[in-house]
Design a protein around this ligand. Structure first.
Ligand SMILES: Cc1cc2nc3c(=O)[nH]c(=O)nc-3n(C[C@H](O)[C@H](O)[C@H](O)COP(=O)(O)O)c2cc1C
Length: 326
């Protein structure tokens, strides 16, 4: 049996370097993380601060592949080469972002209908970058036809990996993943293919890995927020994890401390943590009342008292799979 390779999906606003480091320390299970996208900029000069999330010194706990969002080859090349010079050998191109703000400007999944633009982009980029390129795609913007037009064009390029999230951009994170279309993609790609989408339980992983034996690695996003023990369970095969709630508590405390160190003032820290609870709440039963109270807290001491009380007395691990918000 080949070794199972798991990648943490990029989730902008959530899986930043502090989150990735804390996750690696408290749960593990991932081989690497693709970092949330960095948008390319016009002009030559990239400042270190702009790529802070992927600076090697901020990523000592989990290997990372930086991701770039761009539709302009020259801007992509400048940023990618900056990242290769930091020591990365691979950079990922985001052709999957469904957000209207991105896609309406023909970036992310909004670029997928434009096969010829992608070809022109890759001709130039592949010739001028100093490292290897992987691509993260969806099936299309509005329809799957995009990917089947695109694959014969991009497959001949020397790509390191193609990551496929088998939904269209218009679907966002809703509706079902199209596994038949994914299978058809797999049949025509000669590069290593990474499957990404709706892996929430060990059962999901087993079903998918039995069906798609050619998949090189598996990428998990929201599933690892809803159950941070999932990646470790998949790779070790063990699913009877002791002390889950206490380990969540420690992870939460580590994140709170990490954000308190870098964010500018307690209200920013609280906003950040409150945003994360949308996902942290998923492993737990009956969370609505606590969530309301957490949202209302105004001061760090109130927030910590409430969340500690939750972890110590109220929290109950949820058994069936949760609905994962987008
Ligand atoms: C809040 C959020 C932010 C995301 N940000 C990115 C991103 O920066 N780059 C990217 O390629 N995909 C991004 N995605 C998509 C995820 O990487 C992944 O493809 C998607 O969530 C499906 O996988 P999952 O079902 O395992 O979550 C984001 C998804 C969410 C929910």
């Amino acid at each position: 049996m080949p070794r199972i390779r798991l990648y943490m999906a990029p989730m902008k606003g959530i899986t930043d370097h502090l989150f990735r480091s804390a996750f690696a320390e408290h749960f593990g299970g991932f081989d690497l993380a693709v970092a949330p996208f960095i948008a390319s900029k016009q002009g030559r000069r990239i400042k270190r601060k702009y790529v802070k999330d992927v600076l090697p010194e901020n990523n000592t706990r989990m290997p990372v592949v930086p991701q770039i969002l761009s539709k302009t080859a020259v801007d992509f090349i400048i940023l990618a080469n900056y990242l290769y010079d930091l020591g990365y050998d691979t950079v990922n191109w985001n052709l999957g972002c469904p957000s209207p703000m991105v896609a309406n400007k023909q970036r992310g999944s909004g670029m997928l209908p434009y096969t010829d633009r992608i070809q022109i982009f890759l001709d130039r980029v592949i010739a001028e970058i100093r490292g290897s390129l992987s691509i993260k795609v969806r099936l299309g913007w509005k329809e799957n036809a995009d990917i089947f037009r695109l694959l014969p064009v991009i497959d001949p390029y020397p790509l390191s990996e193609i990551i496929i999230h088998p939904r269209t951009g218009l679907q966002g994170y809703e509706g079902s993943v199209d596994l038949d279309a994914f299978e058809d993609c797999l049949a025509v790609i000669r590069h290593p293919v990474i499957y990404n989408g709706d892996i929430r339980t060990i059962g999901d992983f087993r079903r998918l890995s039995r069906r798609f034996i050619r998949v090189h690695a598996w990428m998990i996003g929201r599933g690892c927020l809803a159950d941070p023990f999932l990646p470790g369970c998949i790779t070790t095969g063990a699913d009877d994890i002791p002390n889950k709630i206490n380990r969540m508590k420690q992870f939460h405390a580590a994140l709170f401390e990490a954000y308190s160190r870098v964010l500018d003032g307690p209200s920013h820290v609280l906003n950040k943590m409150k945003g994360l609870w949308r996902y942290f709440s998923l492993p737990f039963e009956d969370f609505k009342k606590t969530m309301k109270k957490i949202t209302k807290t105004q001061r760090p001491d109130q927030y910590l008292a409430l969340t500690n009380l939750f972890f110590e007395t109220e929290a109950q691990w949820r058994r069936p799979k949760a609905d994962i918000p987008g």
